[in-house]
Design a binder for this molecule. Structure first.
Ligand code: 13P
Ligand code: ZN
Length: 281
C-alpha cells in the first residue's frame, strides 16, 4: 500500500529500527526494491532524485512506482529524493508521490528555513511528508565534492531551530556521510547524531549509505537514524548482475533481466535485514 513517510518512520522510531530508502531509476530497480520488501514483510521507501532524472523522467518513474506501491502487500512510501527546485517538487506532488525531500542545503540557513517551511505548509495540507537537509552531504566525486566536509556538518542547536521553524517530518544530517563511493573509510560522528536526535526528537536520515559498514548502520540506527538512503550499491549490483548474465551466456535483454534483478534484490535484502525492518510491515 502507498503510504507517506510519517506512517513508516513513526513506527520505526517507536520500534527503534531503520528503514531503507532506495532510488529506483528503472522498472527493474523498482521491482527489486518492492518485491524484496514484500518477501521480507518490511516497510520500504523508494523513489528517484532530481539528479537521476536523466536516466528516467519523473513522470515515467511515477507511472511504474506509484501503481507498484499501491499494489504492494507492505507499506511503501514513494519519495522524491533531493528535490532541488520548487517546480519539480510540485510536479512530484501532482504525479502522486507521497513524500518529498526539498533539498535547500546549499542555500543560506534563513533561505533553507523559509523555502522548506513553505514546502511543508503545502505538502502537509495534502498529507504528503517532507524531508529537509541541514548542513550539507557532499559527493565523493564530481562537482559536489567538498574541500572540508566537516565544515558542513549539521549543528544540533541549528537543527532544533530548523525543525521547529519548518515542521519537517524527517531531517537529513551531515555527519561524515557522503554520496557515492567513499575514497577513504568514512568516520561517522556518532555523538553528533545523538545530539541532533536529542535536540529535534525527529527521525534522522542518513544519506550516502553505500559503503558504510554494518557497524556504522547499527550504531546510527540505535542513536536515532530511521531512514538510510542507498543508491550506488544497488546501481552497481545491477551492473554486476548484467555482467554475470553475460558470462553465463545470456544473449538478450530479456535473458539478462533476471540476473540484474536477482543481484539488486540481494543488496536490498541485506540492507533491509541490517537496518532491522524485517517483519515490521
Ligand atoms: P549512495 O549512492 O552513496 O548510497 O547515496 C544515496 C543517497 O543518499 C540518495 O539520496
Ligand atoms: Zn542523498
Amino acid at each position: 500500500m502507498l503510504v507517506n513517510m510519517y506512517e513508516i518512520l513513526e513506527k520505526a522510531k517507536e520500534g527503534k529500527y531503520g528503514v531503507g530508502f532506495f532510488n529506483a531509476v528503472n522498472v527493474e530497480m523498482g521491482r527489486a526494491v518492492i518485491e524484496t520488501a514484500e518477501e521480507l514483510n518490511a516497510p520500504v521507501i523508494v523513489g528517484t532524485a532530481q539528479v537521476l532524472l536523466p536516466a528516467m523522467e519523473l513522470e515515467r518513474v511515477a507511472e511504474y512506482l506509484i501503481p507498484m506501491a499501491k499494489k504492494a502487500k507492505v507499506p511503501v512510501c514513494v519519495h522524491y529524493d533531493h528535490g532541488l527546485t520548487f517546480e519539480k517538487c510540485m510536479e512530484a506532488l501532482q504525479l502522486g508521490f507521497s513524500s518529498i525531500m526539498y533539498d535547500c542545503s546549499t542555500d543560506s540557513y534563513e533561505e533553507n528555513v523559509a523555502k522548506v517551511a513553505e514546502m511543508v505548509k503545502i505538502c502537509h495540507a495534502m498529507n504528503i511528508t517532507v524531508e529537509g537537509e541541514l548542513g550539507h552531504v557532499g559527493d565523493n566525486e564530481g562537482s559536489g565534492k567538498l574541500e572540508n566536509p566537516s565544515d558542513y556538518f549539521t549543528d544540533p542547536e541549528m537543527a532544533r531551530d530548523f525543525v521547529q521553524r519548518t515542521g519537517v517530518d524527517a531531517l537529513a544530517v551531515a555527519v561524515g556521510n557522503s554520496h557515492g563511493d567513499y575514497k577513504f573509510p568514512p568516520k561517522l560522528d556518532f555523538d553528533r547524531i545523538a545530539a541532533i536526535r536529542e535536540a529535534t526528537g525527529l527521525p534522522l536520515v542518513l544519506h550516502g549509505g553505500s559503503g558504510l559498514s554494518d557497524d556504522d548502520f547499527r550504531k546510527a540506527v540505535a542513536l536515532g537514524v530511521h531512514k538510510v538512503n542507498i543508491f550506488t550499491d544497488i546501481d552497481k549490483a545491477g551492473k554486476a548482475g548484467v555482467e554475470e548474465g553475460l558470462a553465463a551466456g545470456a544473449k538478450t535483454m530479456m535473458g539478462l533481466i533476471p540476473y540484474e534483478i536477482a543481484a539488486m534484490k540481494k543488496v536490498v535484502a541485506e540492507k533491509i535485514t541490517l537496518f532491522g525492518s524485517v517483519g515490521k510491515a
